[in-house]
Design a protein around this ligand. Structure first.
Ligand code: ADP
Length: 405
């Protein structure tokens, strides 16, 4: 079965086509990106079988972009399949599934309406996700379409972990609670970690750290998420590229009352001008911040110090929550590649059971690996995340189920 995995933003569509062998690893046949949708000149980047294509295209809307994607997949140098009929199912990444979706779900009108109803919780993400879903369903009406939610893995949190200590009606009437995000990534690496440990997921406790442009930690007990650092929105918790993570909420009143900022300005400050970028003044990109700190830039060094300090706090908190931890898992662009961040984060954590092996940690490989010292009571794993594979697996599984009614 060939599954097309799509991730729709307001002006871009990222896609991968995966061949799902029975019981085997998904194989990527092609992948690409269409950007600047709706602008005069849009861009297509496409890769298949070692051929890379980059060209300017006309994509006035998402449906036109999907048409271009299908053509890139089926015609010319980047063709990966003979025709559109070789696409058997489409998996859509959807950011917010609210409390309604604890699992990936086949899309129909009722599901689309329910995703729409969550749109006020993710106003930047759900509307473009829906635009993509509608365009793809219109263009490919005969194949099953499946929604895979960033929030659903964390729907196993219990009330004491997902509720904020606010007036309870804010939850019952307005659904203000922790939802958590990056669920597809946490779920994927949790499954891989159990496989590496040679035990069923239900018997394994993990702390998973997804460190990319956005960053989040999750406490996973017996394969189920029991806590996570992102909250009602993807702003809480760890330090991120441009997002602050945890702050005293009263800072916002101070910014408004004493510094005269407007709500949108504060929103912009916390979401787009804080984090690694805000502290370092250098970049939101960890590679740039590491380079600047290496050259003696003090604010870049401070950004790294805050980033690792915050990570350490969450590891400590989640270790306390889980009681017993089998493995700490690093993933995402930073988690997979930045040996320095892993070392600095794990420094001093031996009393909690985390002892890194410096040589293993520095090894130059992209493979999933154990970087803990032999004597470490808890394993420390580096696992490349693969959200596309997870979405494709869910999609293939759901597409193969008999449809009710
Ligand atoms: P996204 O969250 O957008 O999927 P990624 O998971 O690709 O992003 O993570 C991007 C982050 O990973 C950036 O901060 C980037 O600097 C960092 N990163 C990628 N490669 C390295 C590396 N070799 N060393 C340190 N940081 C890296």
């Amino acid at each position: 079965m060939n599954v097309l995995v799509v991730n729709c933003g307001s002006s871009s569509i990222k896609y991968s086509l995966l061949a799902m062998a029975d019981g085997g690893e998904p194989q990527v046949l092609a992948s690409g990106l269409i950007e600047r949708i709706g602008e005069e000149a849009s861009g297509l980047r496409h890769e298949a079988g070692g051929n890379q294509i980059r060209r300017e295209v006309q994509a006035p809307d998402h449906e036109a972009a999907f048409g271009l994607m299908v053509r890139a997949l089926t015609e010319g140098d980047g063709a990966a399949i003979a025709g559109p009929d070789a696409i058997d199912a489409v998996g859509h990444r959807v950011v917010h599934g609210g409390e309604r979706f604890a699992e990936s779900t086949r899309l129909d009108d009722a599901v689309i309406a329910a995703i729409e109803a969550c749109a006020n919780l993710a106003p930047l993400h759900n509307p473009p996700n829906l635009t993509g879903i509608r365009a793809a369903m219109h263009l490919m009406p005969r194949v099953p379409h499946v929604a895979v939610f960033d929030t659903s893995f964390h729907q196993t949190l219990e009330p004491h972990a997902f509720l904020y200590a606010l007036p309870y009606e804010l939850y019952t009437e307005h659904r203000i609670r922790r939802y958590g995000f990056h669920g597809t990534s946490h779920r994927y690496v949790a499954g891989e970690a159990a496989r590496m440990l040679g035990r069923p997921p239900a018997e394994v406790n993990l702390i998973t750290l997804h460190l990319g442009n956005g960053c989040s930690a999750a406490a996973v007990r017996g394969g189920k998420s029991v806590d996570t650092s992102l909250g009602m929105t993807p702003l809480e918790g760890l330090v991120m590229g441009t997002r602050s993570g945890d702050i005293d909420p009263a800072i916002i009143f101070h910014l408004v009352r004493s510094l005269g900022m407007g709500v949108d300005e504060v929103d912009d400050l916390l979401n787009r001008r804080s984090g690694l970028l805000g502290v370092s003044g250098v970049s939101n990109d960890m590679r740039e911040v590491l380079r600047a700190a290496g050259e003696g830039n003090e604010r870049a060094e401070l950004a790294l110090a805050i980033f690792c300090h915050r990570l350490k706090k969450y590891i400590g908190a989640y270790t306390a929550e889980l009681g017993q931890v089998d493995a700490l898992v690093f993933t995402g662009g930073i988690g997979e590649n930045a040996a320095y961040i892993r070392r600095r984060t794990c420094e001093g954590l031996a009393p909690l059971g985390y002892v890194l092996d410096d040589v293993r940690n520095e090894a130059d490989t992209r493979a999933a690996r154990d970087v803990a010292a032999d004597a470490s009571p808890t394993r420390i794993l580096v696992i490349p995340t693969d959200e596309e594979a997870m979405i494709a697996r869910d999609t293939a599984h759901i597409a193969a189920l008999p449809q009710d009614g």
